[in-house]
Write a protein that binds this ligand. Structure first.
Ligand SMILES: *Cc1c(COP(=O)(O)O)cnc(C)c1O
Length: 376
């Protein structure tokens, strides 16, 4: 671990951690690449007009990804707020001024109940009222159709690891919404790589798609990527900072904007096969070190759906008599340094996600997970 960075945080009484949980916000997101750190540091040094930077950033990002238009939001969550605001208020100043109070406006945002997720509160911030379609077990096309009214503003779709498999397929979802003239907004915050996902959902019919800038893209933590059709991105921009409307509190600094552009550039230029091979090799090391522990099954997972990059997964067999997942997590987080592993797959497994690891920290994770598994 970088010695200066460790000292800086320790001087504040904060312990640096080893993050094998993936690029999630709670543990600091994805680690920034050196190019991004340098671009951010450089951008601090001169002022610019934010409107001009915002516009150029959007054009540059849209061109790199191959979509119509883009806007830098404050994280993917800020992108969801802008999705709602754009679909509900558009560029109507009277309406923009009133958000998040959307009384009298078309403000219903349809989400399939089986896709309700921790971040969908952001749609309320943008003035949305959530309308559930179907049940928590799944949603049929007919149930989705029943959810539309003359007050529907948007239909929202989630792409995420471990998301429901019983949702209406995306192409059908778009068809149903568009046949009623309703835009489709997508949260795909953490659904990268593959890099092809960056434009895939726009190509498949979405009107706006939100990604995190600080997760797999490894840009600044506060930045997000909002892609969309020009009309919607213009509306998102109108509602966004630095304008004094609903998303004014979701400011993205010029340093973060510049850092994000750099991060996307490096991310898109990276050889995905070589990257996957590197992650695979790291996970192999973990699998080899843990596979002989009796009572667990250890495997390398990479399916483009629940495990977007190669991940080493330890699953507890029925005859497992060792510590529970909770006990393992507690031992890992209480040790020195604190270690965090992936738990998205539920209580029956722990995962080692290599995205934030290097040789040194991978060794620490493997050793500590082994010790924790064998501690009882
Ligand atoms: C992380 C995440 C978000 C929020 O992204 P930020 O960039 O941290 O704002 C939203 N939705 C999903 C599904 C996520 O995984």
């Amino acid at each position: 671990m970088d010695k200066n960075a460790v000292e800086l945080f320790e001087s504040l009484g904060v312990r640096p951690i080893v993050n094998a949980a993936g690029p999630i916000s709670q543990y600091g997101g994805g680690r920034s690449r050196p190019e991004v750190i340098e671009a951010v540091a450089t951008a601090f040094r001169v002022p610019v007009q934010i409107h001009e930077l915002n516009r150029r950033a959007g054009e540059t990002i849209a061109e790199m990804i191959g979509v119509e238009a883009a806007f830098v939001s404050s994280g993917a969550a800020g992108g969801l707020v802008l999705q709602a605001a754009a679909c509900i208020a558009g560029t109507d100043e009277d309406k923009m001024k009133r958000l998040p109070d959307s009384t009298g406006m078309n403000n219903e945002i349809i989400i399939q109940t089986c896709q309700r997720f921790g971040y969908d509160q952001s749609y309320l911030v943008g003035g949305g009222r959530i309308v559930n379609a179907g049940e928590s077990e799944g949603c049929s096309p007919e149930q989705l159709e029943e959810a539309f009214t003359d007050r529907t503003a948007a239909a929202a779709y989630l792409f995420a690891a471990h998301a429901s498999r019983n949702a209406v397929p995306f192409d059908r979802f778009c068809e149903i919404a568009h046949s009623r003239g309703v835009p489709v907004v997508v949260d795909a915050a953490n659904f990268l790589p593959p890099r092809s996902n960056m434009r895939r959902f726009m190509d498949e019919g979405a009107d706006m798609v939100a990604f995190s800038g600080g997760k797999a893209v490894r840009g600044p933590q506060g930045a997000g990527i909002l892609l969309g059709r020009t009309e919607f991105i213009e509306a998102a921009r109108a509602n966004g900072s630095p304008n004094n409307f609903v998303a004014r509190s979701m400011k993205v600094s010029k340093e973060e904007i510049v850092g994000l552009i750099t991060a996307i550039k490096v991310f898109l230029n990276e050889d995905e096969e070589a990257e996957t091979a590197r992650y695979t090799e790291m996970c192999r090391q973990a699998v080899d070190a843990l596979v002989e522990i009796p009572g667990v099954t250890v495997s390398l997972e990479h399916d483009g759906r629940d495990y977007l990059i190669p991940t080493a997964v330890v699953r507890f067999n029925e005859d497992w008599r060792g510590p529970t997942q909770a006990e393992i997590l507690s031992a890992l987080s209480r040790g020195d340094p604190p270690v965090f592993v992936r738990t998205l797959g539920g209580p029956g497994e722990i995962g080692i996600d290599p995205i934030n690891l290097d040789e040194e920290t991978l060794d620490i994770v493997i050793r500590r997970v082994r010790e924790a598994l064998l501690s009882k």
